[in-house]
Design a protein around this ligand. Structure first.
Ligand code: DAT
Ligand code: MG
Length: 143
């Protein structure tokens, strides 16, 4: 999910490009305003942390772009492409490492495990908004 700062900083195309270039397949995409209820559910694991309130306010403050990506190992690889939570610790070449300076403005959320991805996809998308398709490049991406 490209967070409000990613949208405001005109990085939607840049961020999507990185996942496309890697070889992952975009199977869901929508720009949306996030309700407080969705933001609170999404970040439920952090509800007792001191930053929770600010994080929810931030996520609902402006539109986001929600995406679903498909491909072998996509969840773990996406976390690498995104980089460490604190952009100052994120390696150059990662999204957060290249574009961010602050943990509360780290541009993008990525699911941290396959089970989390499944939960988050069903939270953010209806079934008809997820469109699995057969990339013609597949045999050039996978042995
Ligand atoms: P990630 O987004 O890398 O999965 P996380 O799940 O630990 O990181 O935290 C969720 C988001 O909460 C994170 O992207 C930014 C915010 N956050 C985490 N730790 C924070 C902190 N110490 N201060 C402010 N915001 C924080
Ligand atoms: Mg997380």
């Amino acid at each position: 999910m490209i967070k409000p700062d990613g949208v405001q900083r005109n990085l939607v195309g840049e961020i999507i490009k990185r996942f496309e270039n890697k070889g992952f397949t975009l199977v869901g995409l929508k720009m949306m305003s996030v309700s407080r209820e969705l933001a609170e559910k999404h970040y439920d694991v952090h509800k007792d942390r001191p930053f929770f309130g600010g994080l929810v306010e931030f996520i609902i403050s402006a539109p986001v772009v929600a995406t679903i990506w498909e491909g072998e190992g996509v969840v773990a690889a996406a976390r690498k492409i995104i980089g460490a939570t604190d952009p100052l610790n994120a390696e150059p070449g990662t999204i957060r490492g290249d574009f961010g300076v602050s943990i509360g403005r780290n541009l993008i959320h990525g699911s941290d495990a396959i089970e989390t991805a499944q939960r988050e996809i069903s939270l953010w998308f209806s079934e008809s908004e997820s469109l699995s398709w057969e990339p013609s490049l597949k045999s050039w991406l996978y042995e």
